[in-house]
Design a binder for this molecule. Structure first.
Ligand code: CTP
Ligand code: MG
Length: 183
C-alpha cells in the first residue's frame, strides 16, 4: 500500500524537476506581463485579435528568462542531478516552448471567438506542456528522448499532475491580485 504512494511521490518529484523551467516560465510571464502585445494590437482576417492583449513581449521575455535562470540553477545543484540533467538548449526550449504553447492556444481561442481570459478547460492547463515538449523534442531530440520518451510514466505523471498544479497556482495568483481570473 505505502509502496504505491512512494512510487507516485517519486514520479511527481522527477516530473516536477524536469518540467521546472516550463512550470516557472508560465506564472512569471503573468508577473512580468503587460505593455506592448506581441500581435501589436493587430487583427487576424476574421476581424478578431491575433493573440490578444494577454500575450505581451514583457511576459514572453520575462517568463523565458525566469525559466532559463531556474534551469541554470538546477544545473548547479549536484545533489539533485539523479533526478535528471539538463542541456542549455533543453532549459531554453522548455521555458520558451511553454510560452509559445500558451500563445498558440490564445491564437486558437481568438479564432473560436473566446474573449481574452475566457476559460478553455484542460487546454488552458496543458497548452504549455505541449509547447515545451514539442519545442524541446524539435530542437534537442536527444535530451527529450532520454528524459521523457524513454520514461513514459513520467510523461503520464506530467499530464495528470500539471492541471492540478496549474489550478493551484492560478488560484494563488488570483487571490494575490496577479490574475484577473482564477484559471
Ligand atoms: N501574460 C503576458 N504575456 C504572455 C503570457 C501571459 O503578458 N506571453 C500575462 C498577461 O497579463 C495575461 C496574464 O499573464 O493576461 C495571464 O495569462 P493567460 O491566462 O495565459 O492569458 P489570458 O489573459 O487569460 O488570455 P488568453 O485568453 O489569451 O489565454
Ligand atoms: Mg487565461
Amino acid at each position: 500500500m505505502f509502496e504505491i504512494f512512494e512510487i507516485i511521490a517519486g514520479l511527481i518529484l522527477k516530473a516536477s524537476w524536469l518540467m521546472l523551467p516550463a512550470y516557472l516560465a508560465n506564472p512569471t510571464a503573468v508577473v512580468f506581463g503587460g505593455g506592448t502585445p506581441i500581435d501589436l494590437g493587430k487583427n487576424w482576417r476574421d476581424g478578431r485579435r491575433i493573440f490578444g492583449d494577454g500575450k505581451t513581449f514583457r511576459g514572453l521575455i520575462g517568463g523565458t528568462a525566469c525559466g532559463v535562470i531556474i534551469g541554470l540553477i538546477q544545473m548547479q545543484v549536484t545533489s539533485l542531478q539523479y533526478l535528471g540533467t539538463f542541456t542549455f538548449l533543453s532549459i531554453f526550449m522548455l521555458s520558451f516552448g511553454a510560452l509559445i504553447g500558451d500563445m498558440t492556444k490564445s491564437f486558437f481561442k481568438r479564432r473560436l471567438g473566446y474573449e481574452r481570459g475566457a476559460e478553455f478547460p484542460l487546454v488552458d492547463q496543458l497548452d504549455f506542456v505541449a509547447g515545451a515538449w514539442i519545442l524541446t523534442y524539435a530542437f534537442d531530440p536527444v535530451w527529450f528522448s532520454k528524459n521523457f520518451l524513454a520514461l513514459p510514466w513520467i510523461m503520464v505523471t506530467v499530464v495528470l499532475f500539471t492541471p492540478l498544479l496549474h489550478r493551484l497556482t492560478n488560484i494563488i495568483g488570483y487571490y494575490a491580485g496577479l490574475k484577473k481570473e482564477p484559471w
